[in-house]
Design a protein around this ligand. Structure first.
Ligand code: DX5
Ligand code: ZN
Length: 219
């Protein structure tokens, strides 16, 4: 199944709850929540209190992307704030396996993310601890950047690595996804699509347009 995960980083924060309802009504199954610490990435976004306050607005899956140093410190807090999936960065953890295990011990799904310059092979040894791999197709830190050339090849490499493991692992991509390139992205082996600016320019209309393409690709 192809899933759309709109990134609320590009949403209108003065009416976040309302925007979550609109994307859900138009078929988005996940809500992608980008947490930034000003250290692992240059920017600071939002954290637990904001997540907690928007959690009651929707029953959809909260797909939490932690762009923070040593995320193992905060797994419990993000669970209590409503996370369903927690994705951490390979580059941000001194002990990747322990971090993924800590997420599973909380009963949540795990994601492991790599930045655009990190070799795809690094994920291999952690696959038994992963429910999802997140490929960054921009340098993490900001919404609205341009999709990095070469990301389709990297997605295809990751899909092959996942298939060789015989494990039921999703492949998500994040950064610079548009209505124009999403079809090629799915063809490269991705099944979960994060899109921020391209969705929230018109949350209802663009969610519906993305969903139409995602469903056509399943047929
Ligand atoms: C970037 C974030 C992304 C971002 C995507 O660091 O992880 O989720 O919000 O935004 P767009 O789709 O605008 O590139
Ligand atoms: Zn993200």
């Amino acid at each position: 199944m192809n899933i759309l995960a709109p990134s609320i980083l590009s949403a209108d924060f003065k009416c976040l709850g309302e925007q979550l309802k609109i994307i859900a009504e138009n078929g988005a199954e996940y809500v992608h929540v980008d947490v930034m610490d000003g250290k692992f990435v240059p920017s600071i976004s939002f954290g637990m209190p904001v997540m907690k306050s928007i959690r009651p607005a929707t029953e959809k899956v909260f797909d939490v992307h932690l762009m923070i140093e040593e995320p193992i410190r905060y797994i419990k807090e993000f669970k209590e704030s409503g996370a369903d999936i927690i994705t951490v960065h390979y580059e941000a953890c001194s002990d990747v396996a322990a971090t993924l295990k800590a997420i599973r011990e909380e009963g949540l799904k795990t994601g492991l993310s790599i930045k655009p310059k990190t070799p795809t092979e690094v994920v291999k040894e952690f696959l038994p601890l992963c429910d999802m791999i997140l490929l960054m197709s921009v340098e993490p830190g900001f919404g609205g950047q341009k999709f990095i050339d070469g990301s389709l090849e990297r997605a295809a490499q990751l899909r092959t690595i996942i298939e060789q493991s015989n494990l039921p692992i999703d492949l998500e991509i994040d950064g610079g996804i548009t209505l124009e390139n999403v079809s090629d992205v799915i063809d490269s082996g991705v099944n979960i699509i994060v899109a921020g600016s391209a969705v929230f320019k018109d949350p209802g209309g663009n969610t519906a347009k993305f969903m139409k393409i995602l469903k056509e690709k399943e047929a």
